[in-house]
Design a protein around this ligand. Structure first.
Ligand SMILES: [Zn+2]
Length: 137
């Protein structure tokens, strides 16, 4: 059994998919800078995931670019929030408007907790959320 499973083809992980530079996911920030930005975002977001509202320990928080890097977002405080892992993976590289259109309650939490983000991001969140609720009604 053990030997069978050990050699089973499904057990082998996938090879890494080639990654074009169009899909750059991570910024190249030095770890110390990254940590400082995360600390500031964690404080500004009241220690919550801005999308689901969970009050999370620092170790669970992930730094999220509201406007994804892959879509031209910058690693600057006005574009940075903290989110829990599941929310961050759910949002992935979507435009915030698209994400909030699909998950309006995430948009409402975002408006409540992401206090330090750029005003334009909040404005587009508000628009996406009210459109989503109007279409759902
Ligand atoms: Zn969350």
């Amino acid at each position: 059994m053990t030997a069978f499973w050990h050699n089973h083809p499904l057990r082998r992980p996938l090879g890494r998919a080639p990654r074009g530079d169009r899909f750059e996911r991570r910024d190249s920030l030095p770890p110390s800078v990254r940590r400082a930005l995360k600390t500031a975002a964690y404080r500004d977001c009241d220690q919550r995931c801005v999308y689901c509202g969970w009050i999370m320990p620092f170790s669970e928080a992930t730094l999220d670019h509201v406007q994804p890097i892959a879509r031209g977002g910058r690693s600057q405080p006005g574009n940075l929030v903290v989110a829990c892992g599941p929310c961050n993976r759910l949002k992935a590289d979507q435009h915030p408007q698209d994400f909030f259109a699909r998950w309006p309650s995430a948009g409402e939490n975002f408006m409540r907790y992401a206090r330090a983000v750029h005003r334009a991001l909040k404005r587009s969140a508000r628009r996406a959320v009210s459109l989503a609720w109007a279409e759902a009604a």
